[in-house]
Write a protein that binds this ligand. Structure first.
Ligand code: PLP
Length: 410
C-alpha cells in the first residue's frame, strides 16, 4: 500500500494554501468582470488566462482540476456537475453520428443506459463485451470505432479488466481508451496503464461524504506521434494545431462544456476538495477492511463476490494489478429478493442508498432499484440477479461490520 503514502503527502500539500486562507476559496460567481475590452478579447482568444464565465469553469473548480490532473499524471482535467456528466463530456467531445463505441465489462446502470439508449438515438452504436472477450473486442474494432470504454472494476459484477491488454488493442487499432476509474482513484493509474482519458464520479470515494455531486475527466497530453493525429479524430486536429499538448482539454471545453454546460459549481468543487484531502487515507483503510470482511464472510459461508477471494476468476489479476485494493465494493448474493430485503431490514449498520464510496457502509438491492428497468438479457449480462445486494464498505471498524452482517443473514 506504498502508493497511498506518496499521496498522503501530495494531496494535503496541494489542497491547502501556504498564504492567507488555508482552506480553498469558494468563488461564488457565475460571471467574471474583465476590466477592459482588450482583456475580454484576450480571454476569449485564449491568450489571457482569466475566468471567462462559470459554464466554462470557475477558479474553485480550476484548483480541483489541477489536483486531479496531477494525481493521475494528466496534463489537465475538467470538473463536471456529476459522474454521468463526466462520461457525457468525455464521449461527446469526440463523437459524431455514425460512430461506434466498444464498451467493456461493468457496467454502472447509468452508463449502460446512456450508451445503449441515449447515444443510440443520436446515431452512435455501442457494442458491449465482457472483460475477457479480448479476441472479440479486437475483431469488433472498425473504422467507425471512436472509443473503447471500460470500468476499472465492474460495478456491481466485480469483474476486473486487464487494462494493459485492452490498452494494447486500443493502441494497435489507433482508438481512444477511456477508463471510468471512479472505484479505484490512486490505486489504479489508468494513464500509466495506457488509457487516453480517465472519467470519475467524484460523488463517490473522492469526496467520501455524500455531500457533493460531481465528476471529472482527466486528459493525457498530445504526443508527437499520436492516434489523435489520425483521420479518425479529425475534429481534434484544429485544437492540436492551436493548443498542442493541451488539445484534448481545449476540444472537450469547446465541444462539450460550452455547448452542453455540464459544468461543476464552485461549492461542490470545494466540498470535493475537502474530501480529497483524506482520499489516500480512506482508500487504504477501505482496501484493507474490504478484503478482511470479504474473506471472513466468505469463510462463514456467505455468497460474497470480491476478487480477493481465491476462487474468483480474476483473483490473479487482482494480485497483479490491484495490489492497492479495488475500492469499496463487494456484492452479496442472497438467493432471492425476499432474502435480500430481509438482510437489509435486519442490518443495523448499513445505510440503504444508491451511492457508493461513502465513509459509511452502504447497501442496495440491485434488481429493484438501479436495474429495475433492465430486461432479463441485460441483467444477465451485467450480473444482476434477483437476490443481489451491492455493498460499499465504509470506515467503520471492520469487526463491527462482520458482526452486523452475520447477525443480519441468520
Ligand atoms: N461511474 C460509476 C462507476 C458509478 O458508480 C456512478 C454512479 O454510481 C457513475 C459513474 C455516475 O456518477 P454520478 O452519480 O456522480 O453521476
Amino acid at each position: 500500500m506504498q502508493k497511498y503514502e506518496k499521496f498522503n503527502t501530495r494531496l494535503v500539500q496541494a489542497l491547502g494554501n501556504k498564504k492567507g486562507a488555508v482552506s480553498s476559496e469558494i468563488v461564488n460567481s457565475a460571471a467574471f468582470a474583465y476590466g477592459s475590452a482588450e482583456i475580454a478579447e484576450g480571454i476569449f482568444e485564449g491568450s489571457i488566462k482569466q475566468p471567462l464565465y462559470a459554464r466554462m469553469g470557475n477558479p474553485t473548480s480550476a484548483k480541483l482540476e489541477g489536483v486531479l490532473a496531477s494525481m493521475d499524471g494528466g496534463v489537465g482535467a475538467i470538473a463536471t456537475s456529476s459522474g454521468m456528466a463526466a462520461t457525457a463530456l468525455a464521449t461527446l467531445s469526440l463523437l459524431r453520428s455514425g460512430d461506434e463505441i466498444i464498451s467493456i465489462g461493468g457496467l454502472f446502470g447509468g452508463t449502460y443506459a446512456f450508451f445503449k439508449e441515449t447515444l443510440q438515438r443520436f446515431g452512435v452504436k455501442t457494442y458491449f463485451f465482457d472483460v475477457d472477450e479480448l479476441d472479440a473486442i479486437a475483431a469488433a474494432v472498425s473504422e467507425k470505432t471512436k472509443i473503447i470504454f471500460l470500468e476499472s472494476v465492474g460495478n456491481p459484477n466485480m469483474r476486473l479488466p486487464d487494462i494493459p491488454a485492452i490498452a494494447a488493442i486500443a493502441d494497435a487499432a489507433g482508438v481512444v481508451l477511456m477508463v471510468d476509474n471512479t472505484m479505484t482513484p490512486i490505486s489504479i493509474a489508468p494513464l500509466d496503464l495506457g488509457a487516453d482519458m480517465v472519467v470519475y464520479s467524484t460523488t463517490k470515494i473522492i469526496s467520501g461524504h455524500s455531500a457533493a455531486l460531481g465528476g471529472a475527466v482527466v486528459f493525457r497530453g498530445i504526443k508527437a506521434q499520436d492516434k489523435f493525429r489520425s483521420e479518425r479524430y479529425r475534429e481534434v486536429h484544429k485544437f492540436i494545431e492551436k493548443m498542442g499538448t493541451m488539445a484534448l482539454v481545449a476540444n472537450a471545453k469547446k465541444r462539450a462544456l460550452r455547448d452542453f454546460g455540464m459544468s461543476a459549481n464552485a461549492h461542490a468543487s470545494y466540498l470535493t476538495m475537502l474530501g480529497m484531502e483524506t482520499l489516500s487515507l480512506r482508500m487504504e483503510r477501505v482496501a484493507k477492511s474490504t478484503e478482511m470482511i470479504a474473506l471472513k464472510l466468505y469463510e462463514e459461508g456467505l455468497h460474497i463476490n470480491h476478487p480477493c477471494i481465491p476462487h474468483h476468476p480474476h483473483h490473479l489479476r487482482y494480485i497483479k494489478y490491484f495490489s492497492a485494493g479495488c475500492g469499496t465494493l463487494m456484492s452479496l448474493e442472497c438467493g432471492s429478493k425476499e432474502n435480500a430485503f430481509e438482510f437489509l431490514k435486519r442490518s443495523k449498520l448499513v445505510t440503504i442508498t444508491a451511492n457508493i464510496g461513502d465513509s459509511r457502509t452502504l447497501a442496495l438491492h440491485m434488481a429493484s432499484t438501479i436495474y429495475r428497468d433492465f430486461n432479463d438479457e441485460e441483467r444477465a449480462f451485467l450480473g444482476i440477479t434477483d437476490g443481489l445486494i451491492r455493498i460499499s464498505i465504509g470506515l467503520e471498524n471492520p469487526e463491527d461490520i462482520i458482526a452486523d452482517f452475520l447477525e443480519a443473514v441468520t
